[in-house]
Design a protein around this ligand. Sequence first.
Ligand SMILES: [Zn+2]
Length: 133
Amino acid sequence: MAHEDVEFMKSMMRNLLKLQSLEFGETNNAGDIAVIAELRSKIPSQILGHYDRLRARGKKGLAAVRNQVCGSCHVQVPLGVVMTLKRGQDVQLCENCGRYRYPDSGEGKFASQVEVPVDPMLGHGHTGGQASG
Ligand SMILES: [Zn+2]
């Protein structure tokens, strides 16, 4: 039974997240290519391979888990899995959307949902009834 290195797992997921944010064009610096190559060299090839297959289809390889829900497909994630993710004990794939799950580290910072009020269709007062006189 192989003992998994928790720190390795955690840093690997961080590297994968950083790689994703770079490759999905959130930044556009000349130095990114070197950083991407560096990150790729640190990530195990089997994980990178799965990530690349998703990326080839324009999909992100990682999904944040927040409130026990997959941030990508919104399927419920068992608490045991969330705990495993938070401890960095294992890499988990969402069996629904196929993305790697990572625990969302957002602490009490919730995206406020903007509700757009729906305007009822304003009926145009039609002027009917010709007055002849
Ligand atoms: Zn999912």
